[in-house]
Design a protein around this ligand. Sequence first.
Ligand SMILES: Nc1nc2c(ncn2[C@@H]2O[C@H](COP(=O)(O)OP(=O)(O)OP(=O)(O)O)[C@@H](O)[C@H]2O)c(=O)[nH]1
Ligand SMILES: [Mg+2]
Length: 351
Amino acid sequence: MLHKAGISPPFFVSTMQFVDYVKIHVKAGDGGRGCVSFRREKYVPRGGPNGGDGGRGGHIIIKAAGRLNTLLDLRYQRIYGAERGHHGKGKNMHGSNGRDLVIPVPVGTVVKDADTGEIISDLYKNGMEIIIVNGGRGGLGNAHFATPVRQAPRFAQPGEKGQERWLILELKLLADVGLIGLPNAGKSTLLSVISSAKPKIADYPFTTLTPVLGVVKLENYKSFVVADIPGLIEGAHRGAGLGFQFLRHVERTSMLLHLVDISDIGAGDPVENIEKINKELELYSPELIEKPQAVIGTKLDMAIKKDRVYGLEKYCKVKNLDFFPVSAITNTGIKQMLSYISVTLEEIRRR
Ligand SMILES: Nc1nc2c(ncn2[C@@H]2O[C@H](COP(=O)(O)OP(=O)(O)OP(=O)(O)O)[C@@H](O)[C@H]2O)c(=O)[nH]1
Ligand SMILES: [Mg+2]
């Protein structure tokens, strides 16, 4: 799942407006100073050195937190500093470490070095974390420096400086819903009527070459993100067609809409078409096939005979799949489909 440094997936190239971006400065805590001190006890002249070590400075940690959706919070605070380590004390007492500072970011945030552009980390899973700058080590107290010939060292180490750097955080917007289906099923057309995205639409297969994201806004001010991905074909899990390289983006979605042409002139049997694609998903990743999936019969306006609709309807019932026949041209069924998606997404988020 991890992106290799420097390779940005085509998924996001055409959707730059969806990238959330922020530049921040992080500085880990400096280490505490080592202490210079000597034992002083009654009746013990010339006690040895007993200066304790300084504590380590606090690290700064960036952590993926599922509850966040954007990098907005980081826009308001751009400079981060972790606590310094405490200084060592006499009687061999260590200074305590500085507290680590955790910066929560949304899942899917990519952390880059602002100076080199190098990808440091891709926090693609909830709970993933990385120490982005290390706190400075505490200095050694003078107790460490006693030798037979230098029994009273009057010096100790200073603490190390904490690391600091400028970072760029980038969040590629994750789609909530993935549109899958054979080429020409009507995926891009559907996206164009439910969102303001303007994907290319044509009556030949493989019109869509890279995924396109669209934000669907509902009347109740809710919204979700839909990804239209290139058509899948048999052998996709082995790399046939275009869809394969995008399957891993489908992996990040919460649910799938499986589009199948139910018009009288649609190619192939709808049930066979559905099973073909699901077989590919399963071969690609068993997790993918476990994702909530609904079947969307497309081009209902051209389904006059309905024979291809009934068979599919029956199949969905048996398989316990939710089924919505729709037309993107006449808008039939679109509203019901959208409220179904909205409710389902909320259920999934609550889980
Ligand atoms: N009559 C009718 N035609 C539709 C409908 N939806 C899509 N079409 C047509 O079906 C053809 C294919 O539509 P696309 O949206 O490009 O299909 P796609 O699934 O994105 O195809 P690929 O990108 O090639 O995988 C186009 O000619 C559309 O006009 C519909 O609801 N009714
Ligand atoms: Mg398309």
